[in-house]
Design a protein around this ligand. Structure first.
Ligand code: ZN
Length: 414
């Protein structure tokens, strides 16, 4: 499905919002914010709309930390009125995802007013929600339009801007994994979209230190890259291009913390540190000749179904059975199919090397994060060595995809 979503990133987002509402004959809105985003932009947005004659119903989400879970969904439903209104999500990822879900189920459209360049999911169709302490992405709807106020984005807390950089740097490895899956397992791929996402990434990483200093031109480039990544996903209809082994590791840490009742970490912060780890796998692959690959694959045993299932049950507790079902093609692979997979890796080793060469060395990615004063190592987020090891060995089970983590396993690098 094609979407035509007007996107504006600049100095006069509220004026553009007014123009849009007038052009679309929108006269009643439900503005959703939390305390912080209301202070950052919501209050001014509400005042501006009211001054221009709009009927605005305000919903403020309350609580220490807003999580996109049942509690927040009920808060939203509880404060809605019965009039047909267009939702206005004033916030970053969490508020946008809550509004995306509730507005969709209420059969009402929504407009996004991002308050931080922290994630690439603003234009997404899926709403990642925590339901019954399990994170699931439910199909909802993209916004009708996005109006990002640049001064508000620049004034966002540094950790949110740093998280946006982490999420965007993750595209180095996710785009490489996307090509790898296509090359080795013929997974669906779109070269034009891959190039679009990569161009946005390259433009944004020209001056990462300026992103760290929240300079408007740099923050604009970051937001443009995040939005472009989101639009590419929307066009492709899947998240594959923007979510590779680095996102699987991040999702894994997030789920584990949820089960253990520990507070969540910013998505982009986790993705950033995971990208450094995944880039180091690509670094190792860059060192291997075809002869070394053949020798390694002859030595590394094929994964055994019973052993794999045991590991999944140990690591994935409450969602183990769903993972086992999702992974049936991988788990049910017989010796002939595995040998054919090995052969494809061997036959395509030059192309694998080309893909690996598109990923900057881990040290360089770490340097980009550090230049923007973003977390570079898992320990900086309170993640233990064991959590890192588990993510590297086992997070590939989360999605039935061929990523560098799976290749590294075939080569005995993990
Ligand atoms: Zn992401």
């Amino acid at each position: 499905m094609r979407y035509d979503i007007p996107i504006y990133i600049g100095e006069d987002a509220l004026a553009r919002l007014l123009d849009y509402c007038a052009a679309q004959s929108i006269d009643a809105l439900t503005l959703v914010a939390d305390q912080n985003t209301y202070a950052a932009l919501g209050q001014v947005a509400e005042h501006t709309l009211r001054t221009h004659g709009y009927d605005v119903h305000r919903i403020l989400l309350y609580g220490e930390e807003i999580v996109a879970d049942e509690r927040a969904i009920v808060q939203l439903l509880e404060q809605m009125d019965t009039q047909e209104r267009v939702f206005l999500a004033v916030g970053a990822g969490t508020i946008t995802d809550l509004v995306r879900f509730v507005s969709h189920r209420a059969r009402l459209p929504f407009i996004s007013l991002p308050t931080a360049p922290s994630v690439d999911g603003y234009t997404s169709i899926g709403a990642p929600l925590v339901l019954d302490r399990v994170k699931r992405t439910l199909i909802a709807q993209p916004p009708r339009a996005v109006f990002a106020d640049l001064p508000t984005l620049c004034a966002a807390p540094h950790r949110l801007i740093a998280a946006g950089l982490g999420d965007i740097l993750g595209k180095f490895t996710s785009l490489a994994d996307w090509r790898l899956g296509h090359l080795i397992c013929n997974e669906e791929y779109d070269e034009a979209l891959a190039q679009r996402a990569r161009r946005a990434l390259d433009a944004c990483v020209q001056d990462v230190a300026a992103i760290g200093r929240a300079e408007p031109a740099a923050v604009r480039r970051l937001m443009e890259a995040l939005v472009e990544s989101g639009l590419c996903m929307l066009e492709f209809g899947k998240t594959t291009l923007a979510s590779g082994a680095e996102h699987h590791a991040s999702h894994f840490w997030e789920m584990k913390r949820l089960w253990e009742g520990r507070p969540s970490l910013l998505h982009g912060a986790k993705v950033g540190v995971a990208t450094v780890l995944v880039a180091s796998l690509y670094d190792q692959i860059k060192q291997l000749t075809r002869a070394q690959v053949a020798e390694r694959m002859a030595r590394v045993a094929m994964p055994e179904r019973a052993v794999e299932i045991q590991i999944i049950r140990q690591v994935y507790g409450p969602i183990a059975e769903a993972i086992i079902a999702e992974q049936s093609t991988f788990l049910d692979m017989d010796a002939t199919a595995y040998a054919a997979l090995q052969q494809r890796v061997l036959d395509n080793w030059d192309a694998v090397q080309e893909i690996a060469a598109t990923v900057p060395p881990a040290e360089q990615i770490e340097g980009m994060l550090a230049a923007a004063d973003a977390p570079t190592r898992p320990s900086m987020l309170g993640l233990s060595n064991q959590e890192v090891e588990l993510a590297m060995c086992c997070s590939h089970y989360l999605r039935n995809r061929f990523t560098v983590a799976r290749l590294a396993r075939m080569l005995g690098l993990l």
